[in-house]
Design a protein around this ligand. Structure first.
Ligand code: FES
Length: 103
């Protein structure tokens, strides 16, 4: 059964910014998109072991800082090579002013 874990307050991540979130054995990124919604994906790039929290948010892409591949963080799909394997995505729920992610 999915569990909801509190990540932060909605004010803690500016629009088009990214935050790292580690919980138990998982490492995620949480992104505040330009549409006002929050998104969560696995934190490590699928190309090599580079954390995407150090990447750049460009509209709905997150660009990896190592080889500049990119993913659509709404779906996890690769958008710019060399990445070719999708990121896992996680549902984000807003309760009041809290950002929660569902595992
Ligand atoms: S490690 Fe991310 S594009 Fe190579």
């Amino acid at each position: 059964m999915a569990k909801k874990i509190r990540v932060c307050s909605v004010d803690d991540i500016e629009e088009e910014d990214v935050m790292r979130f580690d919980h138990e054995d998982k490492s995620l990124i949480i992104i505040h998109g330009p549409d006002g919604n929050f998104y969560a994906t696995d934190g490590y790039c699928t190309h090599e072991k580079q954390h995407l929290s150090e990447g750049i948010v460009d509209e709905f892409d997150i660009e990896c800082p190592l080889h500049f591949g990119a993913f659509d963080y709404r779906t996890g799909d690769p958008t710019v090579p060399p990445v070719c394997v999708a990121l896992k995505t996680y549902p984000v729920v807003i309760e009041g002013d809290e950002v929660l992610v569902e595992f």
